[in-house]
Design a protein. Structure first.
Length: 275
């Protein structure tokens, strides 16, 4: 775990991947640490994604910007998921970490007045890697066309574990998004992917300098040999997105606030129903 937590602490962007009931998936995250373990604190806008983390396992990866030339790395294992709807744990233990790495959090929480106004940003779902079954070095993403390929672990050191995600770094000249398209993949270490028709999810992300825009593109399909047979997709590989203009920044802030408040209301209603 030491190798992973060292890179995780020093990075400002990372990825969280898991096997959902409908297949593998992944999202970009801000890497935080809870008691010397990798952790993320997702705003409640991500409640729908959290609801699909039913296997109890996930992969924590750092594959993009890596300070000091550190290698890309991924750690996979059992996770602890806790809802912090009042934001108390987040504020007491993680807010300062995230404010340093993520400017939108700094803007929404740099004073007591800002915290009261943006209360919806402080409610979080805390996801912590409590036990790493495997930690691997990865080649890392260095071009917009590079992506994380997530699929059930069919050939790991732990044997066949369809509930565990395997993460590899792949690239391609083209990423067609339409159903029925095919993507010829190359694993960045040069090793064969040897897909057997398992579900696969390829994605990457890029952000503007102010982090107000954090764009993810993805392709969903099945992996056969070295070919991803696309079933659906969204977005295209891109370099650093341009920052929002004034109106788009206001619109984005409003949309994020609405999504967070909706997630909080849903989570609170579940607590009432279960009591």
């Amino acid at each position: 775990m030491r190798e992973l937590i060292t890179v995780w602490r020093r990075s400002t962007a990372a990825e969280l991947c898991w096997i959902a009931p409908d297949g593998p998936t992944g999202i970009p995250v801000v890497p935080l640490a809870w008691e010397d373990r990798p952790c993320v604190a997702l705003p409640l806008a991500h409640l729908d994604a959290v609801d699909t983390m039913t296997s109890g396992h996930a992969a924590f990866a750092v594959t993009g910007e890596r300070p000091g030339g550190a290698p890309a790395v991924v750690g996979t294992g059992r996770v602890d998921i806790r809802f912090d709807l009042e934001g108390e744990r987040f504020v007491d233990h993680l807010l300062d970490q995230e404010a340093v790495k993520h400017p939108p959090t700094r803007l929404r929480s740099d004073s007591m007045m800002a915290r009261r106004e943006n209360w919806w940003w402080l409610a979080r779902v805390l996801i912590t890697l409590v036990a790493a079954d495997e930690i691997r070095e990865l080649p890392g993403r260095s071009r917009p066309e590079d992506a994380l390929l997530v699929r059930p672990d069919e050939r790991g050191t732990r044997g066949h574990r369809p509930d565990l995600p395997r993460v590899d770094i792949v690239t391609s000249r083209e990423w067609p998004a339409q159903s029925g398209g095919a993507v010829d993949l190359w694993e960045r270490h040069g090793r064969p992917l040897e897909g057997t028709g398992e579900p696969a999810f390829a994605f990457s992300h890029a952000y503007s300098p102010d982090r107000e825009r954090w764009e993810r593109w993805h392709r969903t399909g099945t992996l056969v040999g070295e070919e991803l047979r696309v079933q659906s997709g969204r977005g295209l590989p891109q370099a650093e997105p341009r920052p929002f203009g004034v109106l788009d920044r206001l619109r984005n802030h409003r949309d994020v606030a609405r999504a967070c408040r909706k997630g909080i209301a849903t989570a609170e209603a579940r607590l009432v129903d279960s009591s």
